[in-house]
Design a protein around this ligand. Structure first.
Ligand SMILES: *Cc1c(COP(=O)(O)O)cnc(C)c1O
Length: 470
């Protein structure tokens, strides 16, 4: 047979639309989608034929049922949400690729209510006049941090831009070379800063920067003294940085504002649970730093946002910066952030913020979870499992030196490599992302909720029965 004949054998779209399997779709509102999908499958088929070697033409099979099934699958995939929940078995609490912090149901409910109805976002119910969206949470942030003023933008990267644009546009920002960090996704703090129109005046060396380095760099064109949290790494050993208090007095001496990009930003005091070499935002405000920014979805445990706190006059200047309009936060975010911050007012509720909860959960509790999951998965004879002590990371560029004691479930499936098991679970109905260590597939129970155990069981059932998603 020639290729020409193969092309001729490709079925007509109308014939396929009458296929038994597709009839229900054809009569429904998915009619247009299913037709599109058929066209797409047929186009792919033509391409496939075009690439066929001559000796493969004879045995090439065009099967209407296969084409129709593919088209149905395409349609269903296209209609389903791409963005979906994933079970985080990595143990990394603030996992940027998996969406960083989660909202508790209670907090998400506030965002849901505001998202699904009109609200007083920019409307003052007392006067009946236009209000300001920032007013809803400024007082609250100030109460929690001790700052004079506060502003919220889209994320901390946006906060960095806005602060520098306001304090040091076309001026210099003095920054230590030891603090010029890249924080993942090839996002470099210095590059964002340059985009704000601020000239970076780099001082010191990677491991050592002295007070005199800062002082010598000050000139009439200095706009700000900048301190950047080296979120995801630490220089240990022979190193020196200038303490906050000294930067503050340097700033006072020369009447130059001092700004700290804090990255994560702690509002919760973890000292009852673990030793932590990080000050809280409140402590940094008390040290006298003029402006501080941090993320809403790192250690704070809220939605994506950039929170700026500091002296009133600087915060006011930022509110009137036109850039603020472009970095403005949506009402859903405001609702989720306000609800998260309000949870901080109650010492018990704050511990239920998922990010906080997953950091302070005890290893005994994690062990109990591991035992329970193991006993659920014990129903599958094909699996062999052990519970092992291990360590998990906080992630999200937060607390790079802190490792948290945890328990993992090590899972083996006969004749299946850890990598292949990992692929199957990732592609299963309720995607599971674990970690592989020493050639073992591990699920870290720190970041897995007991409510998800049934979903995990279903995913295993799915892959062990050779379900459609394998
Ligand atoms: C994470 C981080 C940022 C960026 O914050 P986003 O909220 O992700 O935009 C900026 N600076 C530092 C030091 C960080 O750790």
């Amino acid at each position: 047979m020639k290729k020409k004949n193969l092309y001729r054998n490709i079925p007509k779209v109308d014939d396929l639309l009458n296929h038994e399997l597709i009839k229900d779709f054809n009569d429904s509102k998915d009619h247009t989608l299913i037709k599109e999908s058929i066209n797409q499958v047929l186009n792919n088929l033509r391409k496939e034929i075009g690439l066929l070697k001559d000796d493969a033409v004879e045995s090439f099979d065009i099967n209407n049922e296969k084409i129709v099934k593919k088209a149905i699958q395409l349609t269903l995939n296209f209609k389903a949400m791409n963005l979906k929940n994933v079970i985080n078995g990595t143990g990394i609490v603030i996992h940027t690729n998996l969406g960083r912090s989660n909202l508790s149901e209670e907090i998400a409910k506030e965002a849901y209510d505001i998202a699904t109805g009109y609200s007083n976002l920019e409307f003052d119910l007392n006067s009946g006049k236009r209000g300001h969206r920032y007013n809803h949470i400024e007082e609250l942030i100030c109460y929690l941090t001790g700052a004079e003023g506060a502003l919220v933008v889209n994320n901390n990267a946006a906060a960095v831009m806005l602060v520098l644009d306001t304090l040091a546009k076309d001026q210099e920002a003095i920054v230590s070379r030891g603090e010029l960090v890249e924080i993942g996704g090839s996002f470099r703090v210095p590059d964002v800063m340059k985009r704000s129109g601020t000239l970076l005046r780099e001082i010191g060396t990677t491991n050592k920067t002295h007070y005199r380095d800062y002082e010598q760099a000050i000139n009439e064109n200095t706009g700000v003294i900048l301190k950047v949290h080296t979120s995801n790494y630490r220089i240990l050993g022979f190193s020196e940085t200038v303490p906050r208090e000294e930067l503050v007095s340097l700033g006072e001496k020369y009447k130059i504002p001092v700004y700290e990009d804090l990255g994560s930003g702690l509002l919760f005091d973890f000292s009852n649970y673990m030793t932590m070499d990080e000050p809280t935002v409140k402590e940094i405000v008390e040290s006298g730093i003029d402006v501080i920014s941090f993320s809403g979805d790192k250690m704070l445990g809220g939605p994506q946002a950039g929170i700026i706190v500091g002296k009133k006059k600087y915060i006011e200047a930022m509110k009137y910066n036109q850039l603020t309009r472009a970095l403005r936060v949506d009402k859903m975010t405001f609702a989720a952030l306000e609800a998260t911050l309000r949870a901080y007012l109650d010492p018990e509720r704050v511990k239920l913020i998922p990010t906080i909860k997953n950091i302070i959960v005890t290893k005994e509790e994690i062990y109990e979870k591991a035992k329970r999951l193991k006993s659920i998965l014990d129903d599958f004879n094909e699996l062999s499992m052990d519970i092992k002590a291990d360590q998990s990371q906080v992630g999200g560029g937060s607390l790079p030196l802190t490792l948290l004691d945890t328990y993992v479930l090590s899972i083996r499936l006969d004749g299946v490599s850890p990598n292949s098991l990992s692929n199957k679970l990732r592609l299963s109905k309720y995607p599971i992302v674990g970690r592989i260590n020493n050639d073992q597939y591990l699920l870290d129970l720190r970041t897995i909720d007991t409510e998800d155990f049934d979903l995990i069981k279903n995913s295993f059932k799915d892959i062990l029965s050779g379900g459609k998603n394998v």
